[in-house]
Design a protein around this ligand. Structure first.
Ligand code: FA5
Length: 347
């Protein structure tokens, strides 16, 4: 057994010379002195020896193990020193252009949102904000949604299980509560847009539980629906580079009267060159969202005299606009967090 031990040690030392990396060194260590290593195997046979033999062999075994460990440590130091020397000796060509970290790109919704803000700002609108966790009162009641009225069900709501300050709280289902926040304690004129994230219990290819809207509100003396239409035409001219026709279709929202769905003439049809436009599917119109004249009950809720002032409001879905602009087939792709999707957009 002593001969075998000596032979194993020699085999180890020979192999050690050829080891070039720390991983290979580790493998060598395992194959000799690891749990199932050849030298560890020999120590398991100690029990079969007489007491004297066991003493003598045990002593040799410990000596060889010590030598092996010292050789392993020595080789590991050599390898580390060599790696460090290689690193220090590396000659950098300082005339080469630096490696640039990969550039990120903006999310298509951010691009669309910034473009919308930019356009409305130039048209004289201020940007207003509201919280994502909103008073149920601002999200519904002050907007003339009656308690228990089925209109509340039009927007499936995430209710927040926390009555901070005794108020019912919800994740805002639309940006319209910013209308309330912008008018409370202020004397018109009010001319704002309010872009932001909103939440509804919705989830399919065209509905996401988290999406984005942009609200518009203009209140002053003598404001009419004609102003809304003119403003929207002016908006399309600034946004798409040419004035597009606007179509209003009667619709119901509790906070406007009259209310309308607002469509714009499809700006992408020309690209189709005679074949069916892939964006509007040949309809010729693209739905932007809801709109209408501010309901007198909303003015009363915020202390604005409806006999003196009138105003219009709109609320458009930004995500669907981005889907149209970038031909994104499924809304959910935008929120998957896959960077390969984001690389397709430039800002
Ligand atoms: C509203 O949210 C009203 N606040 C809009 C409004 C404002 C009307 C001011 C009148 C005056 P509606 O529920 O229709 O309306 O939503 C408006 C737009 O948001 C829709 O046209 C659509 O583009 C978008 N939208 C609605 N639900 C989702 C969803 N789950 N995922 C993505 N976009 C959505």
């Amino acid at each position: 057994m002593l001969d075998t031990l000596e032979a194993e040690k020699e085999r180890f030392l020979a192999a050690l010379k050829g080891v070039e990396g720390e991983e290979a060194l580790y493998q060598l260590q395992v194959s000799f002195v690891g749990k199932k290593g050849s030298i560890t195997g020999l120590s398991k046979k100690l029990g079969k020896l007489s007491v004297d033999e066991r003493k003598a062999f045990g002593k040799e075994l410990n000596r060889v193990k010590g030598e092996i460990q010292a050789a392993l440590d020595g080789r590991r130091d050599e390898l580390r020193d060599a790696a460090r020397a290689r690193d220090l000796g590396r000659v950098e060509d300082l005339t080469m252009p630096p490696k640039r970290p990969p550039r990120g790109s903006l999310h298509p919704i951010t691009i669309a949102q910034r473009a919308l803000i930019d356009t409305f700002r130039r048209m004289g609108f201020d940007v207003a904000e509201g919280p994502h966790i909103e008073h149920a009162n601002y999200n519904f009641d002050a907007l003339n949604f009656q308690p228990d009225h089925p209109a509340r069900d039009m927007q499936d709501t995430f209710v927040v299980d926390d009555r901070r300050g005794g108020e019912d709280l919800v994740l805002r289902t639309h940006t319209s509560p910013v209308q309330i926040r912008s008018m409370l304690g202020r004397t018109p004129p009010v001319r704002i847009i309010a872009p932001g994230t909103v939440f509804r219990c919705d989830d399919d290819a065209t509905h996401s539980p988290m999406f984005h809207q942009i609200e518009g509100l203009f209140v002053d003396r003598g404001v009419t629906m004609a102003d809304l239409k003119a403003t929207m035409i002016q908006f399309t001219a600034a946004f798409f580079g040419r004035a597009l026709d606007i179509r209003l279709r009667p619709s119901y929202f509790p906070f406007v009267e009259p209310g309308a769905e607002l469509d714009m003439q499809c700006p992408f049809c020309e690209r189709a060159k005679g074949s069916v436009c892939s964006v509007c599917k040949g309809a010729g119109w693209i739905e932007l969202g809801g709109s209408g004249m501010v309901h007198p009950a909303v003015f009363e809720a915020v202390g604005v005299d409806p006999e003196v002032y009138t105003g219009w409001a709109f609320g458009f879905g930004i995500d669907r606009m981005a889907m149209l602009m970038y031909q994104i087939p499924d809304l959910r792709q935008m929120f998957d967090g896959d960077v390969r999707f984001l690389r397709g957009f430039s800002n």
